[in-house]
Design a protein around this ligand. Structure first.
Ligand code: SF4
Length: 104
């Protein structure tokens, strides 16, 4: 098995670099689902800004999401419910699936 990548501690490291070190075992069972019909009525879309893994993005003005890089923070569900929209159904991936953190 190859050694995981290491970061140089003497250099500034971006969030993207750190997330890029993580390993994922994708769960084909959907563990996050989003009611994008509700999202169309959400003006501020805070989920776009809280997720360092960029699970959420806009495509032609519509919210789209891809859970493959989810690092399981749950912040998207917190900010969504905080605003009273409750469009996100969030749970952890099944056992042995999901993120494995590698801190470099
Ligand atoms: S915060 Fe919730 S309702 Fe708003 S765009 Fe994101 S998922 Fe949709």
């Amino acid at each position: 098995m190859p050694e995981p990548a290491k970061l140089d501690p003497s250099k500034a490291v971006s969030v993207e670099d750190r997330v890029g070190l993580d390993k994922f075992e994708f769960d084909e069972e959907p563990f996050i689902t989003v009611d994008t019909a509700i999202c169309r009525t959400c003006e501020s879309k805070p989920c776009l800004y809280v997720c360092p893994a960029k699970v959420y993005r806009l495509e032609k003005g519509e919210l789209v999401y891809n859970v493959e890089g989810c690092i399981e923070m749950g912040a998207c569900a917190v900010v969504c419910k905080h605003l009273g929209k409750d469009a996100i159904r969030w749970s952890y991936p099944r056992g042995s699936h999901g993120v494995e953190f590698r801190f470099g």
